[in-house]
Write a protein that binds this ligand. Structure first.
Ligand SMILES: [Zn+2]
Length: 152
């Protein structure tokens, strides 16, 4: 299984998004229940964007053990799609605890937009790989720390 370099990650993240309803799930994707830290990440994403939404309307899927997965729009580390059943976010297993990746997809849900408007993704929420460090609210790899120092 090929690993994704950092340059590849930027491209993958920048190209994620959705559009067509009922996009097929990646092979081996399984549903999972959002862990408690996702509620915190959702609140933080609502706060930075000024948008409100219902996280219960998101169906979460993970591709266990994967660094990326294949879609009809190319390889992705995470992907948002919207269909009649609501919002669906699929995350490669290696990134399911990654605040940047998860919140990036959450922002797609809140904006209901597969694009990446800079005022939200960069200026307000810093949810691109390049802009992430300019806010850095918590350590990316430590959800427990994130919960301990939550801003609100
Ligand atoms: Zn995106």
């Amino acid at each position: 299984m090929a690993r994704v370099g950092s340059a590849g990650f930027v491209i993958l993240l920048g190209a994620c998004g959705a559009g067509e309803p009922a996009a097929p799930l990646p092979e081996n994707a399984v549903a999972f229940v959002a862990p408690p830290m996702f509620a915190d990440w959702w609140e933080r994403t609502e706060s930075c964007s000024g948008r409100r939404g219902d996280p219960a309307e998101i169906d979460w899927f993970v591709v266990p053990g994967a660094d990326e997965f294949t879609t009809d729009r190319g390889p992705k580390v995470a992907d948002w799609s919207q269909g009649r059943a609501g919002n669906r976010i699929t995350v490669a297993g290696s990134f399911v605890n990654d605040e940047l990746v998860v919140r990036h997809e959450m922002l797609h849900v809140l904006l209901d937009d597969a694009g990446h408007p800079e005022d939200y993704f960069i200026d307000k929420c810093h949810l691109t790989w390049q802009s992430w460090g300019s806010e850095r609210p918590v350590a990316m790899t430590s959800p427990e720390l994130g919960a301990a120092v939550r801003a609100r």
